[in-house]
Design a protein around this ligand. Structure first.
Ligand code: HEM
Length: 236
């Protein structure tokens, strides 16, 4: 009898889920037990590979936000940025599961990574590139619309421009929080003074959370504090 819920999509999957999601190919992308030096290789590959997928989406949403900002579609850009931020939050939470790796298990696994390092992550590379592009786009957006950023905050009106600025801050902060969590993870697993596969000591990761993409928006905080007469220390 003809099953009205049977597969309809063209492709090689046993059913439409497998076909559309390409699960056969996806689940073949991890080493199997016969090739493991440690069973934790599956944990390690799954967390890294899924991170790359979430960053692919995070990057794509930012590309869309860039295009929408250029068209002055402020609410549209905000929605894309919020989704991108959610992706980055998610990959921060999933670092927690890597802290289940014991230091010794990781050290046994490490040789199979070769000289591979997070510095080479295509997802993180694309986030660094799109973050810089968003900062340039923000400058162009503010210039074109004649916006005084500090005034947007002082006005107390939570309009769409204010929302966009705060969505950019959330995004920037989510990257910093990932980096802070990543540093604590690396410290816990291989120790402060151990050198990574690309020659960078773990201790050097400590300053990474201070890297900011939208300095212009962070400076507004200091500007507001100065305007209100709140004491400031000297800063560059
Ligand atoms: C056992 C867990 C991990 C350890 C011990 C670890 C360790 C390190 C170390 C030592 C570095 C310094 C660079 C080097 O010499 O290699 C580094 C950098 C980096 N790692 Fe990891 N890592 C871990 C998990 C991850 C995960 C899951 C990702 C996600 C893709 C990742 C992404 C990065 C990135 C992007 C950098 C460059 C620094 C930055 O942008 O903050 N790492 N990691």
């Amino acid at each position: 009898m003809n099953d009205p819920y049977g597969p309809v999509l063209p492709g090689s999957g046993k059913n439409d889920y497998e076909t559309y999601m390409s699960t056969d190919q996806l689940l073949a992308l991890q080493k199997g037990p016969d090739d493991w030096v440690s069973k934790d290789e599956l944990l390690f590959q799954v967390t890294h590979q899924s991170t790359e997928l979430w960053l692919k989406l995070a990057h794509s949403e930012c590309e869309e936000a860039l295009a929408l900002m250029a068209q002055d579609d402020t609410n549209g850009a905000s929605a894309c940025l919020r989704r991108s931020t959610q992706c980055i939050r998610l990959i921060r939470y999933q670092l927690d599961i890597l802290s289940e790796l014991t230091p010794w298990d990781f050290l046994r696994l490490r040789p199979v990574l070769g000289n591979g390092s997070g510095f080479e992550s295509p997802g993180w590379r694309s986030i660094r590139q799109v973050g810089a592009a968003l900062s340039d786009q923000l400058d162009a957006y503010v210039r074109r619309r004649g916006i005084d950023m500090a005034q947007t905050y002082v006005s107390g009106q939570h309009g769409s421009e204010y929302r966009l600025f705060e969505d950019l801050i959330d995004w920037d902060e989510s990257v910093s929080l990932w980096r802070a969590r990543h540093y604590k993870l690396a410290e816990r697993i291989i120790g402060q003074f151990t050198v990574g596969t690309k020659g960078t000591p773990v201790s050097a990761l400590k300053d990474m959370p201070d890297t900011k993409f939208f300095l212009q928006l962070w400076r507004v905080r200091s500007e507001l504090a100065a305007m209100s007469g709140t004491q400031q220390v000297d800063h560059a």
